[in-house]
Ligand binder design. Structure first.
Ligand code: ZN
Length: 530
C-alpha cells in the first residue's frame, strides 16, 4: 500500500485499496460510509495533469458496452471467491470518465469500421468505411479519391513517434485497420477479398496497406491474427491450410526485408524469444484468422501469447523511441463472443482485456502517458431479474423472498421455468437448435442445464444467426496527461481531438532551470484532410 500513496493522488491505486478492503470485508453501515468518505478524499486530491503526452495508449474493448463491464467485474470478483459486485477492474481505477455517442453517419446502431475511423481521425463516417469520410461509397474504389482522412497513428508516425497495434482479431480486421488503412470496404482484407474492378482501379487490400505503410519510419509493432491475409495461395500455413494472396506476395517475408532489426513470429515460443532491446520492427501473426479466445488459447496448435503478454512486449519495444509512441490495443473478441451469444467468453475476454490495461499501467508513467480505455460500440447483453447479492453472474436467478432473505431455489418465470441473470435481446440463443427453445417452440427449461459452462449460449428473444450490436453510449476511461478533457457525454470523434491536443498542441515539459519557462512545442503535423 505504501508505494500507492503517490499514485493515490490521481486515483490510480483504488484497486489496491479495494483488494485490501475486500480481504477484511465485513460489510456494515459505517464501512459503506467510510468508503464513501475515502472516495471523496481521493477525488478532492485529484489534480489535472497538464503535461505533454509523450505516449498515448488507446485501448478498445470491441463491443465492450456498459453491461459487459458490469458483468465482467462481477465475474472477475467471483472467480476469486468474492461476491463480485464490489470488485473494481483495472481500467475502472482511471480517474476520468466520459460517455461516447457511437452512431455512424448512416446508422443509428454502428459498426466497428465507422466508429474506429471516428476515434482515429476525428471524423465520423458510414458503417463499413475505413479511414475514409462519409462522402465515399461503400465498396466503390473510385470514391476513395479525395475522401481519405489522416489517422492519429499516421500523424504520430510522421512526427517520429513509435507506432504499434495489438489485437486478438486479424490485424486486418476493422478496428486495427482503421489505425493505418484507407479503404471503402472493411472486407477488403487481402486481394482475394476484393472484386476485380476495385483491383483494376488501383485500390489496395488492407494487409498490403499495412506492409506498405508509407508514413515516417513505418509501423513498429503489429501483433495479432490474420496470417492467411499475408501469405500467398501457393504457400502452406504452419497450422494447416494455405495462404490466400492471389498476387503471390509473402508479406511477412517482405516485412523482415523492409525494416532494420525486424522480426516476424507466428507462435508463442518465437514471440517469447524476441528481445525488445534488439528489435525495432516486430510482426507477430499467431493464427490464420483471429487469435483464440483466452479460455481456448492453451489448445492452439502453435501456441499464442495472451493480450497482456503482447501489450508488455509492444510497450517494451516502443518505449525505446525518445519521441514517444502511440499504441492501439484491442480486446477484439469480446465482440465475437457476444455475436455468438456466448456471455462466458465475452466476460472472460473482458477480464483479459483488463489484465492488458493493468500491464500497460505497470509499464508506463502516468506523468507522460495518456491511457484511454473505451469501446467502439455496445451489444444487447442485459443483466436483470433481481438476483440476490453474490448470485453467480452466469447462473440462474435466485432472488430474495418477501422477507428480504435469500431464497435457495431459482426463481420461476410465468412459464414456470427458471431464467438466467444474463440474456441477450437477439442472436443465436433464440434459435431452436441451440440452447434456448424447446422442441414445441416454447422457451427451453433450464432446470437441468448448467448455464455457467463456457459453451452455454444465453437465451434470447429475437432469432438472429449473429447477435447484434447495441446502440447506447459507451464509457471512455482515461488517466495521464489531459485525461481531464474526458468529461460529460461526447461524440466519439472527440477522442481524436484529445489525443491530438495532448500530444501535438501541448508543449513538452518546460525547462524551469533557466528561470524562464522555455517550451519546446511538438511539430504539429499537417491538418487533417476533411
Ligand atoms: Zn461486431
Amino acid at each position: 500500500m505504501k508505494h500507492c500513496v503517490k499514485k493515490m493522488m490521481i486515483g490510480i491505486c483504488a484497486s489496491a485499496i479495494a483488494a485490501t478492503a475486500l480481504a477484511e470485508r465485513n460489510e456494515n453501515p459505517s464501512q459503506w460510509y467510510a468508503e464513501g468518505v475515502g472516495e471523496l478524499q481521493r477525488t478532492l486530491q485529484l489534480k489535472p495533469n497538464e503535461n505533454h503526452a509523450k505516449n498515448i495508449i488507446l485501448f478498445i474493448g470491441d463491443g465492450m458496452g456498459m453491461s459487459t463491464v458490469t458483468a465482467a467485474r462481477i465475474f472477475d470478483g467471483q472467480l476469486r471467491g468474492e461476491n463480485g459486485e464490489e470488485n473494481v477492474l483495472s481500467f475502472e481505477e482511471l480517474p476520468y470518465i466520459a460517455l461516447a455517442k457511437t452512431y455512424n453517419t448512416n446508422q443509428q446502431v454502428p459498426d466497428s469500421a465507422g466508429t474506429m475511423t471516428a476515434i482515429m481521425s476525428g471524423v465520423k463516417t458510414k458503417a463499413g468505411l475505413i479511414g475514409v469520410n462519409q462522402n465515399a461509397q461503400l465498396g466503390n474504389c473510385k470514391s476513395l479519391q479525395g475522401n481519405a482522412v489522416t489517422s492519429f497513428l499516421e500523424q504520430a508516425a510522421k512526427a517520429g513517434m513509435g507506432t504499434g497495434i495489438v489485437t486478438t482479431t486479424r490485424v486486418t480486421h476493422a478496428t486495427p485497420a482503421a489505425t493505418y488503412a484507407h479503404t471503402p470496404d472493411r472486407n477488403w482484407e487481402s486481394d482475394h477479398d476484393m472484386p476485380a474492378q476495385a483491383k483494376e482501379q488501383g485500390c489496395k487490400d488492407i494487409a498490403r496497406q499495412l506492409l506498405e505503410f508509407p508514413v515516417g519510419g513505418g509501423i513498429d509493432v503489429v501483433l495479432g491474427g490474420g496470417r492467411s491475409k499475408f501469405m500467398p495461395v501457393t504457400m502452406s500455413d504452419p497450422e494447416g491450410a494455405m495462404g490466400e494472396r492471389e498476387d503471390k506476395r509473402d508479406l511477412s517475408a517482405e516485412w523482415v526485408k523492409k525494416y532494420r532489426n525486424a522480426a516476424y513470429v507466428w507462435n508463442e515460443q518465437q514471440f517469447a524469444a524476441i528481445d525488445p532491446s534488439k528489435t525495432e520492427h516486430l510482426l507477430g501473426l499467431f493464427n490464420r484468422s483471429d487469435m483464440s479466445f483466452e479460455v481456448d488459447r492453451k489448445s492452439d496448435t502453435g501456441g499464442e501469447p495472451s493480450l497482456a503478454e503482447m501489450t508488455k512486449k509492444a510497450i517494451a519495444i516502443l518505449k525505446k523511441n525518445p519521441q514517444g509512441f502511440f499504441l492501439m490495443i484491442e480486446g477484439g473478441r469480446i465482440d465475437h463472443a457476444h455475436h455468438q451469444g456466448n456471455a462466458y467468453r465475452a466476460l472472460d475476454e473482458t477480464r483479459e482485456f483488463a489484465n492488458a490495461v493493468r500491464a500497460a499501467l505497470n509499464a508506463t508513467d502516468n506523468k507522460e502517458t495518456l491511457i484511454i480505455v473505451t469501446a467502439d460500440h455496445s451489444h444487447t447483453l442485459t443483466i436483470s431479474g433481481e438476483p440476490k447479492r453474490g448470485n453467480p453472474i452466469l447462473g440462474k436467478v435466485v432472488g430474495n423472498g418477501d422477507d428480504g432473505k435469500p431464497n435457495d431455489k431459482p426463481a420461476k418465470a410465468l412459464d414456470e421455468k427458471p431464467y438466467t441473470t444474463l440474456n441477450y435481446l437477439n442472436g443465436p440463443g433464440a434459435l431452436a437448435v441451440r440452447d434456448s427453445v424447446a422442441k414445441d417452440g416454447s422457451r427451453r427449461d433450464l432446470s437441468e442445464v448448467d448455464t455457467t459452462k463456457p459453451d452455454y449460449l444465453q437465451q434470447a428473444l429475437i432469432p438472429l444467426s449473429s447477435e447484434g450490436h447495441g446502440g447506447e453510449d459507451v464509457p471512455i476511461y482515461a488517466g495521464g496527461p489531459w485525461a481531464q478533457l474526458f468529461h460529460r457525454t461526447v461524440e466519439q470523434n472527440y477522442i481524436y481531438q484529445v489525443m491530438r491536443y495532448a500530444t501535438f498542441e501541448r508543449p513538452k515539459l518546460p525547462d524551469r532551470a533557466a528561470g524562464k519557462t522555455k517550451v519546446q512545442k511538438q511539430k504539429t503535423p499537417a491538418r487533417n484532410e476533411q
